[in-house]
Design a binder for this molecule. Sequence first.
Ligand SMILES: *[C@@H]1O[C@H](CO)[C@@H](O)[C@H](O)[C@H]1NC(C)=O
Length: 319
Amino acid sequence: MTKYVLTGATGGLGSQALLFLLHLVPASDIVVSLHNPAGASPTIVSSGVEVRKGDYADPASLRTAFAGADKLFLVSYPSIAHELRVRMHKNAIDAAHAAGIKHIYYTSLAFGFGAQRALVPPGEQESVAEVMQAHLDTEAYLKQSGLTYTIIREGIYSESYPLYFGYWSASEGTDEVVVPHGDGAIAWVSRPDLGDGTARIIVAESGYENRTLLLSGTRVVTLSALASTVSALLNRPVHLKVVSEDEYVAAHTGRPGPRGEAGFLRKWATTYRALGRGECAVADPTLREILGREPTPFEETVREMLGVGAEGAVDRYAR
Ligand SMILES: *[C@@H]1O[C@H](CO)[C@@H](O)[C@H](O)[C@H]1NC(C)=O
């Protein structure tokens, strides 16, 4: 019997991975590590998995949470604060080592895969996206940890499209999507598909040891193509307006929450620089092969979100 411990199981991706994992292995083989066990979702509570307290900032709690497990599913700490994130991830990797975990599955992000596919010229920085830097550092730390690892570079969630689409929201009524650095292309992928694929990778007995995988959609869609899709769905013109970084920051400063702060916006602007280099424009067949079916088309998720309101995604990720 293999025992699994999952972090981040209340989050967007982690909750999906847990749902699909519950189809593949008995709940009694799963432990969920949460910094606040009282905040466990109804799904977690009713599933029958064991819940333990594990706080990324408290190594002792992580060792206790991971004790007795064979495989750790390590979901990245939700923030774009580089050093803080890396520290949290190192705590978890060290605790996994101490607790005798045999295999760590780490959720990295799709930025930079273009470099491995020669979309980015050799010798240049793998990723210029601020949000990717903590992942790259964590990947490096994991690779030299001595533990067996699988790095899963999760594709850009279809559900998070407003973050990459100038925080555009149908309810605000504007027809302009203001972004810097041109018209990036993304191999969007839905979160349930990522959860499904990720769960299958975690339960596989072999085949993924010491590998870095990219799970992305099978089609690449540019931001201007997304604008056309949205226009067609809403039957009103929505278009992309490409501006300088300064203009981007000025246009969005003062919006509610962290995404209205100039410091955050400066960092987030690097995301568009990365998209412009083709960092997320890799449509990889791996996920389709693992799922044995076509992933959900991006347009389908966008349509659903426009039906129910897209506001949630920005608040969830822009932290
Ligand atoms: C993966 O790599 C680590 C460190 O390089 C090594 O200790 C481990 O045995 C490898 N795992 C497998 C299954 O080859």
